[in-house]
Design a protein around this ligand. Structure first.
Ligand SMILES: *Cc1c(COP(=O)(O)O)cnc(C)c1O
Length: 360
């Protein structure tokens, strides 16, 4: 019997993807990097394939290779800069690089395969600076990119930085010898903020996995991930007794404590010590003391908790919901960190109800 697992609702993931595509009015390039933000890249890609996306986005050659081996045949873009000695591996796996370095572009051009030009319009992370594109016009005339793209650094905010980045991106595109067939810029939060898209593809990530970029957006994702675990021990602690490492939690009166076999080595982060809450039969139960590597204790005094009962550490239980945002805030993490921090020791259970018929 599995005592603790991550539950992933692929139907909800697809509905979230469909909501982004409908709002943007352009095909998706779903970002399934970092193992689909911790939820399983191949399962995510196979499910999202039913939405007829243009292709998929990953961060590394290994991630792209995994999708190819799993049967994904659409284009796959590797979104981190590649080194020249990775070119062969990209070719073998039929992956498309995102390039910004002129020397690497020269080398890649010899493969005769498609590539996308990454333009840095202010992120300061990867890609050719927008104001250098004109300098390499001759290179781009010889080696025409299939796509050109940029990335917003603060899409979730409603500030002027996006307009500035868009203006720089427009200038970079105008400096190319011709407009590439594919132009893309928006992550999920950028689509939530503004629609329809001005470009030809959009690149949502976290929205697909059930997390909005900000509160009150025009579209809201359905939750996708849940963490569930069974109570493996129950004890009573007397007034003044402590629970867990460093004895930071002390019972006020007689308390009942449930031990759940999930800890920080599963991605239930230590920052949730005495701060997180979970759901048990519709009640909220607080974490008692430090989260440990393999186990976390909850104060279940006001419940009728029994051994084997199911605790929801993340996600929906009856009418209540602990969102990724809630749990991340309690742990003082970004939702991105919390999701990508889920570890494979927790087996994944996929719910496939509600998937589009063509999904695999
Ligand atoms: C991760 C990433 C995205 C997706 O971002 P979200 O905020 O998760 O929607 C889009 N584009 C690039 C280049 C990325 O690295």
């Amino acid at each position: 019997m599995t005592r603790a697992w991550v539950e992933i609702d692929l139907g909800a993931m697809c509905r979230n993807g469909a909501a982004v595509a409908a709002r943007a009015g352009v095909p998706l390039l779903p970002m399934v990097k970092a193992d689909a933000y911790g939820l399983g890249a191949l399962r995510a890609a196979l499910a999202l394939d039913a939405l007829d996306p243009w292709g998929f986005g990953v961060a590394t050659v290994t991630e792209g290779d995994e999708l190819r081996r799993g049967g994904i045949t659409r284009p796959i873009i590797v979104f981190t800069p590649i080194l020249r000695n990775e070119i062969d591996a990209l070719r073998r796996a039929d992956l498309t690089p995102a390039l910004g370095d002129p020397a690497v572009i020269e080398s890649w051009t010899r493969t005769g395969r498609p590539w996308h030009l990454q333009v840095d319009t202010g992120m300061g992370r990867a890609g050719m600076r927008w104001d250098q594109v004109a300098e390499y016009r001759e290179l781009f005339a010889r080696s025409r990119p299939e796509g050109v793209f940029t990335h917003f650094h603060s899409a979730e905010l409603d500030d002027a930085s996006r307009d500035e980045q868009e203006a720089r991106f427009d200038a970079a595109i105008a400096a190319l010898p011709e407009r590439p067939p594919l132009v893309h810029a928006e992550n999920g939060p950028a689509v939530e903020r503004r629609a329809p898209s001005r470009w030809s593809l959009c690149r949502p990530g976290i929205f697909l996995y059930g997390v909005p970029g900000f509160d009150g957006g025009a579209i809201t994702p359905e939750p996708v991930a849940a963490i569930r675990a069974r109570i493996v021990e129950l004890r009573t602690v007397e007034d003044g007794e402590t629970v867990s490492y460093d004895a930071t939690w002390r019972a006020e009166g007689r308390r009942r404590i449930a031990t759940v076999p999930v800890g920080y080595a599963d991605g239930y982060r230590r920052g949730l010590s005495s701060r997180g809450t979970a759901l048990l039969s519709g009640a909220r139960i607080p974490v008692a003391g430090r989260v440990t590597m393999d186990m976390t204790m909850f104060d279940v005094t006001d419940t009728d908790a029994a051994l084997g009962d199911l605790v929801t550490l993340l996600g929906q239980d009856r009418d209540d919901l602990i969102t990724v945002g809630d749990l991340a805030a309690a742990a003082e993490l970004s939702p991105y960190e919390l999701l990508t921090g889920l570890r494979l020791r927790l087996p994944r259970r996929y719910r496939t109800g509600g998937l589009p018929e063509s999904a695999t």
